[in-house]
Structure formats: C-alpha cells, structure tokens
Design a protein around this ligand. Structure first.
Ligand code: 13P
Ligand code: SF4
Length: 349
C-alpha cells in the first residue's frame, strides 16, 4: 500500500489504521500501556484510557519502525505530551532539539509556525505536522509584505520578530526572539528605536523594561489576551497563598500582577524549582495538567483557556501523519535561508 499519498480523501480513518495494525483495546494492550497510564492517571480519567491506549501503542510501534521522532510543545494534551513524545519543550527548544535528533522523520506536535521553525533549522529533514489547521493568531496577524511596508515606513530601524511568526516574516527580519530572551535581544541592538512584531502585548511588556522606543504591531494571542487583571486579582483574593505566574503574551497589567513571567518552559522550571503549595499558571490550560503529573506536591488552580490550534493535534492525527507521512512542511529555499539568518542571530546571541 502506498502510504505517502498526501490526499485526505484517499486516507483511511485512523481507526482503520489500528485495524490494519491489528491493535485494539484488550488485556494485552492494557498491560502494555499500564506504566504510561500510571504516569498520567491523575489527569486522564480511567474511562478515557481504552480509547487512548491503542493509539498510543500503535504510534509508539510505528515511530520505531519508521525511525521517527515526535516533538511536543508544552501545550499538547497529556496523552500526547507524556505518552508518545520524545522531546518536549517551548517553541525554541523544540526547534533546537530537532537539529540534534538523528531521525529520518520529525513529527511536530504543536502549531504550524513551530514546524516551520524546525524546518528552517533542519532543511535536510522531513518535518511533518499532523494537522494543517494548527495555526496561531499571532503568526496569522502579519505577512512578509507587511514587514516590508513597516521597514519602508521606518527606514534603518531594526526588526525584531517573535518566533510566533511565519517563515516569510522571519525572512524579512533582522533578528528573532522568544518570550524568554526578547528583552535581551532588543537591548543587544545598536539602535534607540526597534520595530517589534507581531505580539503587541509582548512588546508592551518589554517596553516597560527598556529605554528603547518600541514600534509595535497589533498582533495578539487569542488565548492570553482573554486573561484580565480583575480575574487574576480575584484568584489572588480567593486562593490565599497562591503563586501566580504568567506568560508574557498576556496584557502588561496581568503580567504586573504575577510573581513571575517567562516562556512556557521558564514557567515550568519555576514551578519545579520553587514547588509552591498552590500555583496559578496564567497560560494555556493543558500546561498545568502536564506539569502537575511531575509535581504531585503542587496544587494547581486552573482557569481554563484552551488554544484551539494546539488542540487540532490529536493521537488519531498523529497516527495518520506517521502512517501516511503527511503533512510535510515545505519552505522555499531562499526564504528558509533568510529566515535562518534571523533565527541564528538570536541563537548566537
Ligand atoms: P513558548 O515559546 O513560550 O513555548 O510560547 C509559545 C506559544 O505559543 C505561547 O502561546
Ligand atoms: Fe498562538 Fe496563542 Fe495558541 Fe500560542 S496559545 S499557539 S500564541 S494562539
């Protein structure tokens, strides 16, 4: 059977792939996956496991057969994050780790700009994303042409681009940044004025801590912009002793209310290091589930804001992506080369 057809119409439903592999929920699968279930049992009800377990078993078998590596962003759901992924982390960590893996295929469980960044750093590897619908409101807010226009309106001003952006946008950029190094990148540039795109809130959060004038773009993360300062203060009041940590894609007044702010991995490290009695992670809600599995002594207060794009990735789609080796991320060589320069400038900083 030709498994490389990039055509959804010709593809089997993922449950039929299980049939082809002869895998279904039974005593044997229950036994084989029991150690994985033990790990995630605090966040996945036992009634759901018979659905997940056959997919987990099939993905882990196929992964070995095809010499594939699965990268999972911190916002992936626990059955993906803890049960099938090989490398976990924030968006930049995943791309950097992708350069170290010695696999023929990399399956990116995250959103499209993350898969693109992995491809930019690994042009010789086959990078696959299980769903083409896994977008990002920040990346969608700006195009390469918008950056060209911004540069024309602001001649000579360097452009700093948050990694949550397309390859086209990165290609028009002087240097990339992540949420954890944005301030450092901005301060490293020899200019009093900086164009910072596309996240307006991240730009505002940096502007508080730098003397440089920041020219902003009106991009927003649709998940983090939902958190309000009133909501955070209410949690502080109703949950005595709670530590609040926020992603810098939140509004500046929300970040100001927090005890710590950093990238998703920086937030996770903060919880693991500080082991607070009670914590509220002001970010996408799967992350609390994922960290709670590894920090049983910490109590998580969970306001639930889901990223619909991250949730496009499921075990079923991962299995289909491995089986058919779709959807491969392809980037024009010239764009990839120019985008790589801006990513490398950040990495080398
Ligand atoms: P991180 O780079 O901090 O993982 O953030 C990515 C993201 O999409 C946050 O919404
Ligand atoms: Fe994009 Fe926000 Fe989703 Fe992150 S959480 S992928 S920034 S929409």
């Amino acid at each position: 059977m030709d498994k490389s057809v990039d055509n959804k119409i010709n593809q089997l439903h993922p449950s039929k792939i299980l049939d082809e592999m002869g895998i279904s929920w039974n005593d044997d699968i229950e036994k084989k996956t029991s150690s994985l279930y033990k790990k995630v049992s605090s966040v996945i009800p036992d009634i759901e496991w018979p659905f997940f377990a056959p997919y987990i078993e099939a993905i882990n078998i196929l992964k070995k057969e095809k010499n594939a590596t699965i990268l999972a962003h911190n916002y992936q759901t626990p059955e993906i994050f803890h049960c099938v992924s090989d490398v976990r982390g924030d968006s930049l960590q995943l791309a950097k780790e992708a350069t170290k893996v010695d696999s023929d295929i990399i399956i990116q469980c995250g959103v499209y700009f993350m898969a693109e960044t992995s491809k930019i750093l690994n042009m010789d590897k086959k990078i696959i994303i299980p769903s083409l619908d896994a977008g990002c409101s920040l990346a969608a807010s700006i195009t390469g042409q918008d950056v060209i226009d911004l540069k024309r309106e602001n001649p000579g001003i360097p452009v700093v681009t948050y990694v949550n952006s397309s390859a086209d946008v990165k290609a028009e950029t002087d240097i990339c940044c992540t949420s954890s190094n944005a301030l450092e990148v901005v301060n490293s540039l020899d200019s009093d004025k900086i164009i910072f795109i596309p996240d307006e809130y991240l730009a505002m959060n940096i502007a508080k801590d730098t003397k440089k004038e920041i020219i902003m773009w009106k991009g927003r993360c649709e998940v983090h912009e939902e958190f309000t300062v009133d909501e955070i203060r209410e949690y502080r009041e109703n949950e005595p002793g709670v530590k609040i940590i926020a992603h810098p894609e939140c509004a500046p007044e929300v970040v100001d209310e927090a005890d710590f702010s950093g990238s998703t991995s920086a937030m996770i490290n903060w919880v693991k290091t500080n082991q607070p009695y009670k914590v509220l992670m002001v970010t996408e809600c799967s992350m609390s589930d994922n960290v709670s599995v590894e920090t049983p002594n910490v109590n998580f207060v969970r306001p639930c804001n889901l990223c619909p794009h991250m949730k496009e990735i499921s075990l079923e789609k991962i299995l289909a992506s491995l089986w058919y080796e779709t959807h491969e991320v392809i980037i024009d060589h010239d764009i990839a080369k120019r985008a790589l320069n801006s990513v490398n400038r950040m990495i080398n900083l």
